[in-house]
Design a protein around this ligand. Structure first.
Ligand code: NAD
Length: 484
C-alpha cells in the first residue's frame, strides 16, 4: 500500500497483481498548490487494456467459485484497512483532488463502510422458488455473476465511486477492470494496492491509468460483459452507444441540475443550511449539488440576504489547512468552466450577491470565491446546465406550483429538495418532482450507502447503484426448472 500521502507517487497500470511499467508522462499537481507534484502516471493505456481484460477474464471463474465467505472476508479486510488508514488516505485524496481534509477523511471512511456493507451483501444473494404451473416441476430463480465488468469513474469522489462500483462487483463474483479519472490516479492506485493487501486474488481487479482513449478502448473491448460509468452526460451518451453496439449490459450515472425549493412556511435557518451544504460543500462538485434554488415571495428577500452572508463568510483555502471551509476546484478545466458560467450569468442579468471571481491565495491553486447569483430566471444558461462548482443561483417564484414546474424543467433528474413545514406540500413534491432522490428538509446532497442511488431522465440509465439495489446490475438472473 502507498504508505504516505506526501511525496511524488510514481504510478503504473496494475494487471494480474503486478505493476506494468510504462513511460510516466502525465503529471498531476495539487489543485490547492500547483507547485506540489502529486504523481507521475501513464497518460495512455499503451495497449495494456487487452492484458487487463484477459487477466480479469482468467481470474473470474475461480473468484466466482470461491465461497461467499471467502469473498466476504476479502471485502471485510479491505473495509478494515480503509477505516484504519483513513487519515493517511484522506490526506492523499484531499491533496490530489482538493476537497478539504475532513471531507477526504470522510470519503475514506465511507469507502471503508461500503466494503464492509458489501462483505455482508455477498452472503445475501438470493433467488426465489415458486410453485410451477406444471405438476411435479420445481421453478426457481438464482443469481450469478455477469462476468468481466469495465468501470469508468470521475474525479469528484475519486475513492467512494470506485468503492461503490468495485465492492458489489466483487461481492457477487465478477472481476473488474477500472479506468479511474485521469485527474485522480493516485487515490485509485491506493485502492487497488489496498485490495491486494486485503488478499484479493491476482487479476480479479485490474487498473488501467489513462484518459478518454483508454476508456474508449476498454468499454469497446469485445470481452467486456458489462460497463458501469459515472461522469458527465456527454460521455455517458457516448458510452451508451458503445454498449448498444456491443450488446453489453450498461449502467450510467451522470450529471444533475438539482433544484432546492424553499417555501414561505420554511424554517429559514434550516433552508439556509440546506442551501449552503448542498450548494457549496466539496466546492459544489457533487452530482447531487443544489444549484438551482427556487424561493417563494414572502421569504425571498430575507432568504437571499441570509444565504448571501453565509456564502460570503465561507473560508476558501488549501485543502489541507484546518481553517478552510472549502478547497479549490479540482482542476484547471473546471476552473475555466466555472468562471465562464459565472461571467455568463452576470452578462445575462443575474445579480451576484457573493463571490463572482477567482481568488489568489498564498499557494497558487484553482480557487474560486463561492458565488451566489440571485434574481435569475429559469431560461438562463446557469439554470439549465450543470455548473459543477461553488456556484448556486436563485430564481424567484410566485407559488409552490411554479416552483414544481421549474424544478421539473430540463433534461436532468438526479436529486431534488424542498424546505417546508407543510406535510401536504412535502408529500406532493415527493410524488410529483421528477428526480431519483427526493429530500425533504435536507440538502439535495448527502445519501446513505445502504440505499439505492440514481436519477431519472438523462441523469441515469440502467439499474440503480449502491445499497441493496446494487446486485441487480452485478448479477444475472437465471430461471431453473427441475422435474423432481
Ligand atoms: P467525464 O465524463 O469527463 O469523465 C468521466 C470518466 O469518463 C473519466 O474517467 C474519463 O477519462 C472518461 N471518459 C471521457 N471521455 C470518454 C469517452 N468518450 N468514452 C469513455 N470514457 C470517457 O466526467 P468528469 O468531469 O470526470 O466528472 C464530472 C461529471 O460526473 C459531472 O457531470 C457529475 O455530475 C458527474 N457525476 C455523476 C455522479 C452520479 O452518480 N450521477 C456522481 C459523480 C459525478
Amino acid at each position: 500500500m502507498l504508505s504516505a500521502a506526501e511525496g511524488v507517487h510514481r504510478l503504473s497500470h496494475w494487471v494480474n497483481g503486478e505493476a506494468i511499467p510504462s513511460d510516466p508522462v502525465s503529471e498531476i499537481y495539487s489543485p490547492s498548490d500547483t507547485d506540489d507534484l502529486v504523481s507521475r502516471s501513464p497518460s495512455d493505456d499503451g495497449g495494456v487494456v487487452d492484458l487487463a481484460v484477459a487477466s480479469a477474464r482468467a481470474a473470474q471463474p475461480s473468484w466466482s467459485h470461491a465461497s461467499t465467505e471467502a469473498r466476504a472476508d476479502v471485502l471485510d479486510r479491505a473495509g478494515d484497512l480503509l477505516l484504519a488508514n483513513r487519515e493517511t488516505i484522506g490526506r492523499l485524496l484531499s491533496r490530489e483532488q482538493g476537497k478539504i481534509l475532513p471531507e477526504g477523511i470522510g470519503e475514506a471512511t465511507r469507502a471503508g463502510r461500503i466494503f464492509k456493507y458489501f462483505a455482508g451483501e455477498s452472503l445475501r444473494s438470493h433467488g426465489r422458488t415458486l410453485a410451477s404451473t406444471r405438476p411435479g416441476v420445481q421453478a426457481q430463480t438464482i443469481r450469478g455473476p455477469v462476468g468481466v465488468v469495465a468501470q469508468v469513474t470521475p474525479w469528484n469522489f475519486p475513492l467512494a465511486i470506485p468503492a461503490w462500483k468495485i465492492a458489489p462487483a466483487l461481492a457477487f463474483g465478477n472481476s473488474v477492470v477500472l479506468k479511474p479519472s485521469e485527474y485522480t490516479p493516485a487515490i485509485a492506485t491506493l485502492l487497488a494496492a489496498l485490495l491486494d493487501e486485503a488478499g484479493l486474488p491476482n487479476g480479479v481487479l485490474n487498473l488501467v491509468l489513462a484518459g478518454a482513449d483508454g476508456a474508449r478502448a476498454l468499454t469497446a473491448h469485445p470481452d467486456i460483459d458489462a460497463i458501469s460509468f459515472t461522469g458527465s452526460q456527454a460521455t455517458g451518451a457516448a458510452i451508451a452507444a458503445v454498449a448498444a453496439a456491443g450488446q453489453k449490459r450498461v449502467q450510467l450515472e451522470m450529471g444533475g441540475k438539482n433544484p432546492l425549493v424553499v417555501l414561505d412556511d420554511a424554517d429559514l435557518d434550516l433552508a439556509v443550511e440546506c442551501a449552503l451544504d448542498g450548494g457549496f460543500y466539496s466546492s459544489g462538485q457533487r452530482c447531487t449539488a443544489s444549484s438551482k434554488i427556487l424561493a417563494t415571495p414572502a421569504i425571498y428577500d430575507s432568504f437571499v440576504d441570509r444565504l448571501s452572508a453565509r456564502v460570503s463568510g465561507l473560508r476558501v483555502g488549501h485543502a489541507l489547512r484546518s481553517d478552510s471551509d472549502i478547497g479549490p476546484v479540482a482542476n484547471e478545466r473546471q476552473f475555466e468552466k466555472v468562471l465562464d458560467y459565472i461571467e455568463g450569468a452576470r452578462r445575462a442579468g443575474g445579480r451576484i450577491t457573493a463571490g463572482g471571481h477567482a481568488l489568489r491565495l498564498a499557494t497558487p491553486g484553482h480557487y474560486i470565491a463561492p458565488t451566489l447569483v440571485v434574481d435569475t430566471d429559469a431560461d438562463m444558461r446557469i439554470n439549465r446546465e450543470e455548473v459543477f462548482g461553488p456556484v448556486a443561483s436563485i430564481i424567484p417564484v410566485e407559488s409552490f406550483d411554479e416552483a414544481l414546474e421549474l424544478a421539473n424543467r430540463g433534461d436532468f433528474g438526479l436529486s431534488a429538495g424542498i424546505v417546508t413545514k407543510s406535510l401536504s406540500s412535502a408529500s406532493r413534491f415527493q410524488r410529483e418532482v421528477r428526480a431519483g432522490l427526493v429530500m425533504v428538509n435536507l440538502p439535495t446532497a448527502g445519501v446513505d450507502y445502504h440505499m439505492p442511488f440514481g436519477g431519472v431522465r438523462r441523469s441515469s440509465h440502467g439499474p440503480r447503484e449502491q445499497g441493496f439495489a446494487a446486485g441487480e446490475f452485478y448479477t444475472e438472473l437465471r430461471t431453473l426448472y427441475t422435474r423432481a
